[in-house]
Ligand binder design. Structure first.
Ligand SMILES: NC(=O)c1ccc[n+]([C@@H]2O[C@H](COP(=O)([O-])OP(=O)(O)OC[C@H]3O[C@@H](n4cnc5c(N)ncnc54)[C@H](OP(=O)(O)O)[C@@H]3O)[C@@H](O)[C@H]2O)c1
Length: 243
């Protein structure tokens, strides 16, 4: 298993779902992990349940808050080795039903929030000339999905944040990759009907929906030394759904 002993990691949106599973996976690998969520009490509770070093309040749409929190974590722990920009939202709307507010909240959380996190991570890692960043894309961002135009656009942008940042930061020893999960059973997909879940599981060669741990394990691999020559990639974690 990937060994992250002595590494300091930050996971945004670590209070539940894929983020919380990632926190647990990084803690299991020996890392000191700080997680964030929008509500301080919920973040502290999740941190204590997962064995993380701290749970802090952060809204990733606030660029200044992201910058200051990332700087603070790096200062307190002397460095920052790993950042997982996981915080994200998904709301479906058919083209004719898309409200301006949905566009604003989706793009400010998924695109600007990821960008703020990657920027702040790069600044913190630059001094030590080493680090690894993972962002959360989606198969929907790679292939599109009816009723998810706004979300799909936001996740295509996230994948290209990874590719572009990887090109820019490679010479500084910083790797940037994305994972593109399929349908993973978390709060985000809890609204899917049982029929839709069964249909997606049926279309998946591995015959089931994904678990948060499936994605967390891929993230743990990407941030560790076993992936030291991998950067700018978008790794599908979808059971073969889009083959
Ligand atoms: N589940 C899937 O099938 C799937 C598929 C592809 C990609 N993804 C992506 O994977 C990531 C995690 O998804 P999930 O399924 O684990 O979702 P989830 O269970 O809904 O959890 C979302 C997390 O993001 C945090 N968050 C949301 N908005 C935030 C904001 N403005 N600032 C800071 N934190 C915020 C939430 O924290 P609080 O609510 O505590 O603030 C929560 O911890 C997302 O980027 C999602 O788009 C998921």
């Amino acid at each position: 298993m990937t060994d992250l002993s002595g590494r300091v990691a930050l996971v945004t949106g670590g209070t539940r779902g894929i983020g919380l599973a990632t926190v647990r996976a990084l803690v299991d690998a020996g890392a000191t992990v700080v997680l964030t969520g929008r509500d301080e009490a919920r973040a502290k509770e999740a941190a204590s349940a997962a064995g993380a070093a701290a749970g802090l309040a952060l809204d990733v749409t606030d660029a200044k808050a992201v910058s200051s929190l990332v700087r603070g974590v790096a200062k307190e722990h002397g460095k920052l080795d790993v950042v997982v920009a996981n915080a994200g939202i998904m709301e479906d709307a058919l083209l004719g039903m898309i409200r301006e507010e949905l566009v604003d909240t989706t793009l400010s959380t998924n695109v600007a929030g990821t960008l703020h996190t990657v920027q702040a991570a790069a600044r913190a890692m630059m001094r030590k000339k080493t680090g690894s960043i993972v962002v959360l894309a989606s198969i929907v961002g790679e292939y599109g999905s009816a009723g998810q135009t706004v979300y799909a656009a936001s996740k295509a942008a996230v994948a290209n944040i990874a590719r572009s940042a990887a090109k820019e930061l490679g010479r500084s020893g910083i790797r940037v990759n994305a994972v593109a999960p399929g349908v993973i059973e978390t709060d985000l997909t809890a609204g899917l009907s049982e029929d839709a879940k069964a249909e997606n599981a049926g279309k998946t060669p591995l015959g089931r929906l994904g678990r948060a741990e499936d994605v967390a394990n891929a993230i743990r691999f990407l941030v560790g030394d076993e992936a030291s020559f991998i950067t700018g990639q978008v790794l599908g974690v979808d059971g073969g759904l889009v083959l």
